[in-house]
Design a protein around this ligand. Structure first.
Ligand code: AMP
Length: 420
């Protein structure tokens, strides 16, 4: 038997209402902030990700699904969305049409990570990117928008962590200072962190190994070495977040995995999803557009993991969705009325009334059980003497009330009943 690939998941009909609720919440809130949806291809040229995310990051060095297509081009399934959005932004000169582009997406992503709870190989993210302004107000608003989605879903156990990574010159300067601090401790670091020491030293802060955490405890912090401009912007972000009543904590060790971040970075963590606790992360990336060949354009954005958010919602029991239901279930009393029933169903469906009936020649009793199972709001009984007289019985499944309606103007009558 062929099974789904490890780290991928089927989203079955029973799961769909929760997914839809999440997607609708995202769309509603993002559109209130005037973000417009963008959809980019599932795969891109590998070079796009290597150049934007950074060769030394875990994503590019270990986790990408990369293959050569029949034309000999190296292709990668998107592991994140910012690179694709920025590519599209440049390719279609979106910046020339609008000084500030506010874009959002909902899309599957692909990373070859070790699967565990909250970590998949095909997962889904929603996120937003604003391209064209350096205003720190936009950073704060991005955090507000992300926070609003999570709190609208009823999540309570949330913490917002923020930091500033300064500009690249600050970071280069700081990396030297950190390297000096760690130079006599390098041999005691874990193997992964020793590799990071040479290639991407900031990432040592992300190490989950306890002895690594001990070693970097007293390390100098990037936030103390950022430029005046970065510091001022960061102050504005914090001030605005306070005005917006968004609780946040400063986390000077929040460095994030991707190379392209500048200045503000943030994460929102849930206390209810176990080890993989980051629900979303983002930050400013003022140099990325230029790095990918576009006109210098500042940007800020975030990406949120939908499976993890739904897991947190489930663990906090934060929202409930209505049971799936249909408007009308038609019970066929006389076997020979099959065609009549299908004709009635067809008419009702044309009027946007969700309708179903029995295709399995089941007894009246079994059909009624089915109506209950489908959570039908009304059941229509077609057949018997009543039908011979041109009437059909309609039963309100909630109240048990029944009424006889004429076949002639059946759809109109049902429509007005359903509306009330
Ligand atoms: P990142 O793009 O790495 O900053 O991730 C942003 C968010 O996407 C994370 O906070 C997670 O919620 C989610 N995410 C990242 N990788 C995975 C994965 N392999 N499986 C499930 N969710 C993920």
């Amino acid at each position: 038997m062929i099974r789904a690939i490890k780290g991928t998941k089927d989203i079955l009909p029973a799961d769909i209402p929760r997914w839809r609720y999440l997607e609708e919440t995202v769309r509603r809130i993002f559109e209130n902030f005037n973000y417009k949806e963008i959809r980019t291809p599932v795969f891109e040229e590998t070079a796009l990700f290597a150049r934007s995310i950074g060769e030394e990051t875990d994503i590019v060095s270990k986790e990408m699904y990369t293959f050569t297509d029949k034309g000999g081009t190296s292709i990668t399934l998107k592991p994140e969305m910012t690179a694709g959005v920025v590519r599209a932004f440049i390719e279609h000169s979106l910046g020339a049409q609008q000084p500030l582009s506010k874009l959002y997406y909902i899309s599957p992503m692909f990373r070859q990570e070790r699967p565990q709870a909250g970590r998949l190989r095909q997962f889904h993210q929603f996120g937003a990117e604003a391209l064209g302004s350096t205003s720190p107000l936009l950073d704060a608003e991005m955090i507000q928008m992300a926070y609003e989605v999570l709190s609208s879903l009823g999540l309570k156990d949330l913490s917002v962590k923020i930091n500033s990574l300064g500009v690249p010159a600050d970071r280069e300067n700081y990396k030297k200072i950190l390297r000096e601090f760690l130079s006599d401790k390098k041999d005691m670091l874990s193997e992964d962190s020793r590799k990071r020491f040479d290639k991407n030293i900031l990432r040592i802060f992300d190490s989950k190994v306890e002895s690594d955490q001990e070693l970097i405890k007293g390390a100098p912090l990037l936030i103390d070495y950022i430029s005046e401009e970065s510091k001022n912007d960061f102050e504005i972000v914090k001030e605005y977040l306070s005005k917006l009543s968004i609780p946040f904590e400063l986390d000077p060790k929040l460095v994030r995995g991707l190379d392209y971040y500048t200045k503000t970075t943030f994460e929102i963590i849930s206390g209810k999803v176990g080890a993989q606790s980051a629900l979303l992360g983002g930050g400013r990336y003022d140099l990325l557009v230029e790095q990918l060949g576009g006109k210098p354009t500042p940007g800020v954005g975030f990406a949120a993991g939908m499976e993890r958010i739904l897991l947190a919602c489930q663990n906090e029991n934060s929202f409930t969705v209505d049971e799936p239901s249909i408007d009308i279930y038609i019970v066929r009393i006389d076997k020979e009325l099959d065609l009549v029933v299908s004709e009635i169903a067809s008419k009702l469906r044309k009027e946007n009334i969700a309708t179903d009936y029995d295709y399995l020649q089941r007894s009246v009793k079994a059909q009624m059980r089915e109506a209950n199972k489908m959570n039908a709001k009304f059941t229509l009984f077609v057949g018997g003497d009543e039908f011979k007289e041109g009437m059909i019985n309609l039963k309100n499944m909630k109240t048990g009330e029944q009424q006889s309606i004429s076949v002639e103007n059946l759809t109109e009558t049902i429509q007005s009943i359903i509306k009330n």
